[in-house]
Design a protein around this ligand. Sequence first.
Ligand SMILES: Nc1nc2c(ncn2[C@@H]2O[C@H](COP(=O)(O)OP(=O)(O)OP(=O)(O)O)[C@@H](O)[C@H]2O)c(=O)[nH]1
Ligand SMILES: [Mg+2]
Length: 426
Amino acid sequence: MLNDSPTIAAISTAKGVGGIGVVRVSGKRALEIAKNICKADLSPRKVEFTSFKDKKNVTLDQGIVIYFPSPSSFTGEDIVEFQGHGGVMVLNLILNACLSFGAILAEPGEFTKRAFLNNKLDLSQAESVADLINASTEAAAKSAINSLRGVFSNKINNLLKNLTELRIFVEACLDFPEEDINFIDQGKVDEKLKNLEKDVCEILNAARHGQLLRDGLKVALIGQPNVGKSSLLNQLAKESKAIVTEIPGTTRDPIKSDISIQGIPIHLTDTAGLRETEDIVEKLGIEKTWESIKEADITLIIVDVTDNNFNYENKLKKELPKDNEIIIIRNKIDLLKQQSRVDEQNNVTEIFISAKKGNGIELVEKEIFKIVHRDEHSSNKEDLFMARTRHIEALEKVKHALKQSLFKPPITGAGSRGADDCSKIP
Ligand SMILES: Nc1nc2c(ncn2[C@@H]2O[C@H](COP(=O)(O)OP(=O)(O)OP(=O)(O)O)[C@@H](O)[C@H]2O)c(=O)[nH]1
Ligand SMILES: [Mg+2]
């Protein structure tokens, strides 16, 4: 327990007005502060309706107060929550009263930090508090709550337990060579290593998916002027985000819109049309288009289906970053009286749509979703959890180390499957 830490206080509800607002106090002086403000005796975890008063005994608000004694509280310390009316001023007055009675203002995230330092949460659970608050889709929120419940931590702890067991086997063989317990020769170590490899791959796949749920994918809409980029953005965003006119070069600044496709956050960027131009403003817009392309995971190249400029398309494809997923969108099919459809041409997906009429938009969404899920092998969606880049990097290192442990020099004649490709693990 953090005995020397000062008692902290903060408004815990979001900025702005609401029906109710919460001021939270955590630390050794929390109960004393609450008694000063409420002028009442408080019982653990019992809701009290009371007036909140300042040092001059002026009533600031009426509401409920709850006392959570240490260690059974979020931070592990004594906590008091004042639930008053959700106005900016009234909550600030309650907060100021807490400060005047001895609390100090909490730093952002300090309640969760104390929960971590008091062993109420481990690091991945503490991080998932922020992920849960910031989750922009239902799936992201579900996986953040899974992390908070300890799903990720339990998987890692299990892995650690199995690795420790394996180490005991190996050390036993090394320390007692005279005993008849050569697990290495009996293939037991190999078997355990392979099981571990499988577990790491499963966790890695789920972690990658969790990262995707949190960060989402960046999709850039590019192409020549007037092909219908802004029209497609508006259709995908289901609102009129970008100006659409028949004048080529309408869009200059990149226009961003965040959407969700089946729970995955997708960050769309509509860009200035790519062409040779002397217009200084348009030139700057085109520079920004290239910046958006560099940042993108998926690039939608939009072309006018009535203007089959394949040389342009092929040249543009070559100029895009190698790791960019490309989808060709053939727009304005209404002018040729065609139906929306998807074509696979030499490993490139082409989607025929009419952004103006709204035909084929669901095909674009499906194709983006397909790319998102192409590398995903996590079987149980209920087991998903939030992960960060450092988790994934650490798991990659474990995978590499396991691969090295499984490696047998060719001299023994026994080849070994590497752990490089998690997707091959059944
Ligand atoms: N017939 C038809 N017209 C379309 C379609 N999509 C867009 N348009 C029209 O094409 C013109 C240009 O559309 P925009 O969406 O502004 O094109 P853009 O690619 O964003 O153009 P810039 O911002 O200038 O680069 C507008 O007049 C649209 O109404 C379509 O599917 N069919
Ligand atoms: Mg535009």
